[in-house]
Design a protein around this ligand. Sequence first.
Ligand SMILES: [Zn+2]
Length: 450
Amino acid sequence: MDYPLWTLGKFGVRLVDCFRKTDSIREYPLVDQSQWLSHDELKGRQWQAVQDLIRHAVAKVPYYKRIFGELGLSAEDIQTPADLERLPVLTKEIIRREGKAMMADDFDTWQPRPKATSGSTGVPLKYFIDRRSHSYHWAFIWRAWNQVGFRPGDAWTTLSGGALVPAEVDFKQRTYLWLNGAIHQPSYHLRDEDFARYAKLLRDRPFPLLYAYPSSLRLFAEWLRENSAEIAVSHFFTTSEALPPAWRSEIEVGAGGTVHDIYGNNDGGILSFECDQYDGYHLNMEGVFVEIVNDDGHQVPDGDSGEIVSTNLLNYAMPFIRYAPGDGGSIRRDPCPCGRGLERISNLQGRIRDFIVTGDGRRVHGAFFNHFEPFYNSDWIEAFQVRQTEVGAIRLIMQPKRHPAPIELQAVLSELKLGLGEDMRIEVELLEEIPRTSAGKYRLIVSELD
Ligand SMILES: [Zn+2]
């Protein structure tokens, strides 16, 4: 597949807004300006939004009506951030269990659409975000990119798959990406010839930025260095995975440019980014309220590490209040020399994904499994894990809800081989429970390759 030679610029992005039923172009200038408000002003607006959301949830969401009733609380009892501790932390398990009770009575008026998390904590969670939340998501991304001069409508390029953009893009998705200005190289299958083609594209055309998974970008940077190839892109934005300092410098040296990392969490409503001070990630305070809590759900002092708990302030169709996406970090509210009033999140933990290596040397991204439909559309798979100890072979550990018929198991394996290649050896193991790490964490991909 060749790369398209031109895009529709801002008109394309307006079309995307129209087809997608979002208002990203309209909201973008607002968040582009509000990041420069004082921290106090942003904090005031943010807390107002928390209280508005809680009033909405208590009035219209069955789960929250019940929880507040059981706790003997009203929305007016939540007056300060410390009061939030009176509410339970919301987990994926609770959301799955409560199902429709998580949805507002006026669900449809918010124009919701289904989403699934790409988190590294098991089978993806299905949930809904509404028109406003979806609109701001893109506005927040553009704001992060704007610091290197990007404006909505500019062509940009990605080296990615899964959570960023789908790997197996069909015509509809390809059109959508193209209208959105994206020139896209899927990163599930990275071979020398793919890198060479992509490097040529990036040498011949000026792009303001490249948006990628750190693990994919690092491989590309390594390829560039080994082949003494140069590209014209000099700003890289990474996301979805942890970015170890060594990787950052490998990318900067190999690809020749600066790296800004983005920590986003779609289900939690977080989209935070590094500014040119590289000292933490500016939080989208206009869209989320973040607490850092200890194991008991209590808030820790600023600067201390703990679990990230987020309240998406924009999603009224299916409100998540005090939601724990499964990541760790700390929060700091001291002013940043860049002048943005947005507080910062730092010491991020829990975003590492691995690659699976096929017999012919392709590296398949962990997100491939996370978005592998037969896994989460089946009615018999509770959870799964992919382990690799040798190149060209994996062990697929599944925790079934019921014992699968041979034909059901075969169907999953055939689909897997379409993505991984016919020669991939797949050994299946059905277990009562997926093994956890010593820290009790569930890992989707466990690679024991060097
Ligand atoms: Zn800053």
